[in-house]
Write a new protein. Sequence first.
Length: 322
Amino acid sequence: MRILGALATGLSLLLLPASALAQNFPDHPVRLIVPFPAGGPNDIIARVIGQRMAELLKQPVLIDNRGGQGGVLGTDAVAKAKPDGYTIAISSAGALAISPSMEKVAYDPLKDLQAITLVATIPEMLVVATNVPASNMNELVALAKAQPGKLNFASSGPGSLPHLAGELLKLTAKIDIVHVPYRGAAPAVNDMLGQQVQMVFLDLPIILPQIEAGRLKPIAIGSAERAPTAMAVPTTAEAGMPDLKIENWYGMVAPAGTPAAIVAILNKTAVEAMRDPQVKEKLASQGATLVGDTPEHFHDFIGSEIEKWAGVIKDAGLVTEK
């Protein structure tokens, strides 16, 4: 009889509507996967948001760094996790919108992941080495046209946002510049400082200290508006290239099939965390603009970004590994 009673209890729990199960969510720690190593923009954003979410949820939010393959490995881990809301991720534009068109990945961002909210955007800034005789976009484009195939642009790896940003610059300005991939932003910056490559697009907070020290020259920023931390630098639109809008972004996702009621709780909590003045202040210093939208809007945003970068990949004639 006890066994039958236990089975009946278990069956009744399985038959409970998701909304009823969500009433107790969360009743143990939530794991927040960061698909990059500690210390980078993705990691900093996740830790600041995660700490405030833990306070609101009254449960620990445990950061789990799963770096590798430009964010793909960590994003794949959340796609394969149990869809109960206890494993989520803050992933990047590269892993969610670029890699699926550049290489073979084990997940479909729109089918295998549940969008929760767009967390933050960080503009990409185009900078040149100090020995490059150009101080604005017109001068840089003229220099590249005068020396086709002679100027190089660095990136943090094949298929990364800086790589695709450089390809979009080539297409938009109709110039011939050569891609030089690196294993991450740090070695790319080092060779920029050593004047071994001429230009690069990177997240604003990564290169801002070098700009302020006069070690790199800013050309333009890929956001719709000038950055508060670099007001003297024009936007790409102001520089005459409105189609060259380049922003990195980070969004919160869960495994597909996560109950809608739990997704709603995670969305509400994340958005509330992003509205906290201290959270805003901490992440503004990293060059991040916090967003906080609905799961539906974020899902559509991912779709539009996939379409945008797939077009760039096709038009640039990039060889994919798919």
